[in-house]
Write a protein that binds this ligand. Structure first.
Ligand SMILES: [Fe+2]
Length: 294
């Protein structure tokens, strides 16, 4: 049977969200914090409960590979992930399975389409915290295998336009490989929207009296992005991506969001918005698309 993409999720990865959830895997504990986003993730998880799927396929801005796109290629990873900027918030003991067959299939499809690709087969590799946070918030049971895809930083090397062209090729390769695999998969774009942030932390990190958007301009950009996506104007959003990415200093520079929206076929139906909130001044939306309905 032909496989399919059953959902695409915009799943931002501030480690603060896992910190505030207090899962047993994380060493630090929080009193509260960032509830609108965490309640949004909670509603997303409820909707995903009603959908049958095999694998989560996630592209993370924090696995940065400057020569080509890499794919996790080891069946099982277990280690401690410490956020380099927020070691006080995120020291997470992770254990996860990889759908290596699907990863290899996407890797070879993308390679055949002209992208530089590589399977990451070092068993001691430390999985990046973006992948871990987005997957944990989407599926905290950790009972589904993942496919982890790196960000090849084409925006840094070239431009947003080049990044978008490569992301479209990777998306097509992903879609073909998923169909041939027979898998039902959920795609995850692991990124914030606006991404300029505070450079100091309050004494109590979860003190919500200190949390707000970095600037009015960033809020305006985030609202424009969300508005377009909720109206199904996905192509327009992608067309505006170069300006959005530079003006909102957005984490969309990593290519995750462009990749996912292309793989979903540039939806003309409305995106589901589960929540919006700021984390250290950045703008974050939890959203999803359901090509087969939910
Ligand atoms: Fe990030």
């Amino acid at each position: 049977m032909s496989g399919s993409i059953v959902a695409g999720v915009l799943a931002p990865h501030p480690p603060h969200l896992v910190y505030a959830e207090n899962p047993p895997q994380n060493e630090p504990t929080a009193e509260c914090g960032w509830e609108t986003l965490r309640w949004g993730y909670e509603r997303l998880r409820k909707d995903l409960e009603g959908i049958d799927y095999d694998t989560l396929v996630v592209l993370s801005p924090h696995w940065q590979t400057y020569v080509g796109t890499h794919f996790l290629g080891v069946p099982h990873f277990k280690s401690l992930s410490v956020d380099p900027v927020f070691p006080n918030l995120f020291r997470f003991h992770y254990e996860l399975d990889v759908d290596v067959a699907l990863a290899q299939a996407i890797c070879s499809q993308a390679g055949g389409a002209g992208l530089v690709t590589k399977m990451m087969e070092n068993p001691d590799f430390r999985v990046d915290y973006g992948t871990i946070v987005s997957c944990h918030m989407t599926r905290p049971q950790w009972d589904k295998p993942i496919v982890g895809i790196s960000s090849c930083r084409a925006t840094s090397y070239y431009s947003v336009e080049v990044m978008q062209k490569q992301a479209a090729v990777l998306a097509e390769a992903t879609r073909k490989a998923v169909e041939e695999s027979g898998r039902r998969v959920v795609l995850i774009a692991s990124n914030s929207l606006s991404h300029s942030h505070f450079t100091t932390e309050s004494a109590v990190p979860e003190d919500m009296s200190k949390e707000h958007i970095m600037s009015h301009g960033q809020h305006m950009w985030d609202m424009r992005a969300i508005d377009l996506l909720r109206k199904g104007k996905t192509q327009q959003f992608v067309d505006e991506m170069p300006e959005f990415t530079s003006q909102a200093i957005s984490e969309t520079d990593a290519g995750a969001f462009t990749w996912m929206l292309h793989a979903l076929g540039m939806p003309e139906y409305e995106a589901e918005l589960y929540g919006y909130g700021t984390v250290i001044g950045t703008g974050n939306a939890v959203m999803a698309w359901y090509p087969e309905g939910k």
